[in-house]
Design a protein around this ligand. Structure first.
Ligand SMILES: C[S@@+](CC[C@H](N)C(=O)[O-])C[C@H]1O[C@@H](n2cnc3c(N)ncnc32)[C@H](O)[C@@H]1O
Length: 271
């Protein structure tokens, strides 16, 4: 049974520092897809001159860091996150680039702007951290102009399947872990968006990673188990390291498949 409080508490713990996210993003840099995920997502947003953009849950700001050369200077962009630490990191990453960006602490369940202010709202890999997604979608739709678009990325239920299977052998991946996320995946996102948005399109992005050394993989795994919530993780860690080392010795690689999805949608008038 999903519990709203534990979903939010987990998100707060997980993003109390930028390191968990940074370690997870690092793993994908070993992937075979020649186009990075932020580059791919940015190409789908199709920013126009003079647009007003709000990004919710911007994390470390990589969407803009990797695409800063293609941001029209006439746009006006608000990068936001509910975590002060993440927003500070985003600001640190972007402040020298002279982009038309301002930064603001925002919880997506309560957006502090009037109606119809933005042409584009972006929420990448973040809706599943929101206990009351419907509340956030009503807010997103409210702040979008009548022709506004919502861009949202998420993951497939088969994302990192090989890693989940491996972690299950150590009792680390279970129903309990799934209950720390709201339902918004590649497979279910369209139904979640449908009451508030129209013209919903969906595309998938796949990145196969062959990890050949222990460090990036163990850091990725560790990032999934914040110490405060999983105090026992450190006891299992040596066993995981041994098992991964054995796999690397035998197969020379640990394969992981990332399956991400991107929904683009238009505001449903009268929603
Ligand atoms: C998985 S990270 C994704 C970061 C970034 N969008 C990306 O794709 O790299 C999720 C982000 O959403 C933020 N977040 C989680 N719940 C939130 C909420 N209710 N309102 C605003 N931000 C939230 C977290 O602090 C974190 O920075």
């Amino acid at each position: 049974m999903k519990n709203d409080r534990s979903i939010k508490e987990y998100a707060k713990l997980q993003y109390n520092s930028h390191e968990n996210l940074t370690n997870r993003m690092n793993l994908w840099s070993y992937g075979s897809n020649p186009e990075s995920l932020p580059k791919w997502i940015f190409s789908k947003i199709q920013l126009q001159e003079n647009e007003r953009i709000l990004e919710l849950g911007c994390g470390t700001g990589h969407l803009w860091l990797e695409n800063y050369r293609n941001v029209p200077s006439t746009c006006s962009i608000v990068l936001s996150d509910f975590s002060q630490k993440m927003l500070t990191k985003a600001e640190e990453n972007l402040s020298s680039l002279n982009l038309p960006i301002s930064f603001k602490i925002i919880d997506a369940e309560k957006i502090p702007y009037g109606n119809q202010k933005f042409d584009v709202v972006i929420g990448c890999h973040m809706l599943y951290h929101i206990p009351n997604i419907e509340k956030a979608l009503i807010e997103i739709s409210r702040v979008l102009k009548p022709s506004g678009r919502f861009i949202s990325s998420t993951i497939s239920q088969h994302h990192i399947r090989e890693l989940k299977d491996f972690l299950s052998e150590f009792g680390l991946y279970s129903e309990e872990k799934l209950n720390l996320f709201s339902e918004f995946r590649n497979e279910t996102g369209r139904d979640v968006l449908k009451p508030y948005f129209t013209e919903i399109s969906f595309e998938e992005y796949i990145n196969h990673v062959n990890i050949t050394t222990l460090a990036p993989l163990i850091k990725y795994i560790e990032s999934m188990y914040p110490k405060k919530k999983y105090p026992n993780f450190q006891e299992v860690k040596p066993q995981l390291e041994n098992a991964i080392t054995n796999i690397l010795e035998k197969n020379y690689k640990f394969e992981i498949t990332g399956i991400v999805g991107l929904f683009k949608a238009k505001k449903l008038i009268n929603s």
